[in-house]
Structure formats: C-alpha cells, structure tokens
Design a protein around this ligand. Structure first.
Ligand SMILES: C[S@@+](CC[C@H](N)C(=O)[O-])C[C@H]1O[C@@H](n2cnc3c(N)ncnc32)[C@H](O)[C@@H]1O
Length: 268
C-alpha cells in the first residue's frame, strides 16, 4: 500500500514506541469514556503499542483492533503485541473501512496533523465504523512544534518558515488540534467535550526519549523534503544549532494537545 507519510523512516516504529507514555494514553482514553467491554479501533496505530494499551483497558470483555497503512509497522505490531490479544489490519484510512464492523470507541491520536487537506473527510469516513452511541475520540497537537523559549532569532525564524513550508508542500497541519471540535460538531456528534493539556513539556535536563524524538523529527523531515532553511547553509548546520538549543537545560518547550470526543447519535 502506498502512502506518503511525512515521518517515514526505518526507525519510525522505535520512535513511536519511545514517545508513547502508557499513563498518558490511559488518562486520555479514560477521560473520553473508554471502559472495559468496549470494542476499540486504534486508527493509525503505528507500532501497535497504543493498541495494546487500549486493548488492556477494554478487558475484560472488549478488545482493540489497530489499523495502519504501513505493512512494516503492522508486521511489527502483530509480532510484538498480537499474542496479548490485540488484532491488526493494514488499511488506508482514506478508503472504505465499513467491512471492519462497528466499534464502541474509535481512537484517532496524532493522525489528522498529517492530513491538512482531507482531515474532515477522514473523520467523516471514520464515522462508518463508530457504533450507534459509540465514541469518536480525536486527539491532536496545536501550534505543533512551535512553542519554545530560549531560541535565537535565527532559529525561531527557521523553525517558523520550515513548518509553514511543510503546510504548503506535504499536507502537514500544525494547527490540527484546534479543528477537532469543529469536525465533530459539523458531523452531528453529541455530548462533545474537550480537554487541553501540554504535550512535549520539556524543561531541565533533556530525557533520552525526547532527544531521540525531536532530533529524529528534524532529520527525517529534512531528508524527505530537502527544503532550504533560511539563515542556514545546510540542514546539518540547522540541526546542530537546534540540538545546542534543545540540550540546554535552560530552554522551555511545550505543545498544546487537544483531546476532543463526542458520541454518534443512536438511530431511533
Ligand atoms: C504519528 S503515527 C500515529 C501514532 C499513534 N496513533 C499514537 O497515538 O501514538 C501516524 C501513523 O499514521 C500512519 N498513516 C499515515 N497515513 C495513513 C493512511 N492513509 N492510512 C492509514 N495509516 C496511515 C503511519 O503509517 C503512522 O504509523
């Protein structure tokens, strides 16, 4: 299956596993109403770790199905998490999914940021697998990767211009989070609720997982896009400057994460 995923690399499954915090996933899913006994769909499940966590929360009596278009990551997920009861399917979420059946809880986290143009259509398509009265839970970042204190003017401008270029050229949406409520509202979901938290809350000494995640993001995005970065002679020069900023325990970084969920009205 051919998808043009911005963060594609040989180490993407590893990056996703390292940056997944089970306690955060559990808190977000609990808030949105995930309970034991539910049938759960994990949309764009990546390495499958989130599917395993959600499946554990749905037990006893429920289960989770992870869906992703990357056959490599689905293979990884089956090998690593299949024995614990999670199921995985290689599917493109832009296509018809209705044969997968209905789910009581559909989880869509860190997905719509890669679908700037089609986010609403993707959410509408996912409605075909939400059971009557089921919950669609959308979670995404807002002002993605843009909130830092301690940047030089040169670095701040380079980041701003690079993210804007990603919007224009590869369908990346740094403002996906603020649009989630509107998708659910326009599609007629009821009892819509929202919560805002801080993702990437980074200050003090840099953790290895944050270093790997951010430096990998910069490396992959520049390898895949080849943009010229204003104020820098090369991607390597930009990376080195960002790394110097990011490893300084005096910097402060965060990204707002918005969790928005609603219920599909029961057909009477
Ligand atoms: C950032 S990861 C998702 C992380 C995960 N949902 C979580 O909560 O941590 C995005 C995933 O979307 C998948 N993806 C991208 N385009 C897709 C598509 N059209 N259909 C299905 N999966 C897709 C990628 O293969 C990747 O594994």
């Amino acid at each position: 299956m051919s998808i043009d995923y911005l963060m594609e690399s040989d180490e993407e499954a590893l990056r996703l596993e390292l940056k997944t915090d089970a306690a955060v996933v559990q808190a977000q899913a609990t808030l949105a109403g995930l309970k034991p006994g539910m049938r759960v769909a994990d949309i764009c499940c990546g390495a499958g770790l989130t599917t395993a966590i959600l499946g554990g929360m749905a037990s006893p009596g429920g289960h989770a199905l992870g869906i992703d278009a990357s056959s490599g990551r689905i293979q990884h997920a089956r090998t690593r998490y299949g024995q614990a009861g999670s199921l995985f399917e290689c599917r493109d979420i832009r296509e018809d999914l209705s044969d997968l059946g209905k789910f009581d809880f559909v989880w869509v986290r860190f997905v719509l940021e890669y679908f700037k143009a089609e986010a609403f259509d993707v959410v509408r398509n996912l409605g075909s697998i939400v059971a009557d009265g089921g919950i669609l839970c959308l979670i995404d970042l807002d002002h993605n990767s843009l909130n830092h204190y301690g940047l030089s003017d040169r670095l701040e401008k380079a980041l701003r211009v690079s993210i804007a270029a990603l919007e224009d050229t590869v369908n990346f949406d740094p403002y996906a989070g603020r649009k989630l409520y509107s998708h659910l509202y326009r599609l007629g979901y009821t009892d819509i609720q929202a919560d805002v938290g801080a993702h990437h809350l980074i200050y003090g000494p840099l953790r290895d997982s944050d270093a790997f995640n951010w430096l990998k993001k910069i490396e992959v995005v520049h390898r895949r896009t080849g943009f010229a970065i204003p104020g820098y002679g090369s991607a390597a020069e930009f990376s080195a400057d960002f790394e110097a900023f990011f490893t300084d325990p005096g910097r402060f970084t965060y990204t707002p994460v918005i969790n928005c969920w609603g219920q599909l009205p029961r057909k009477s």
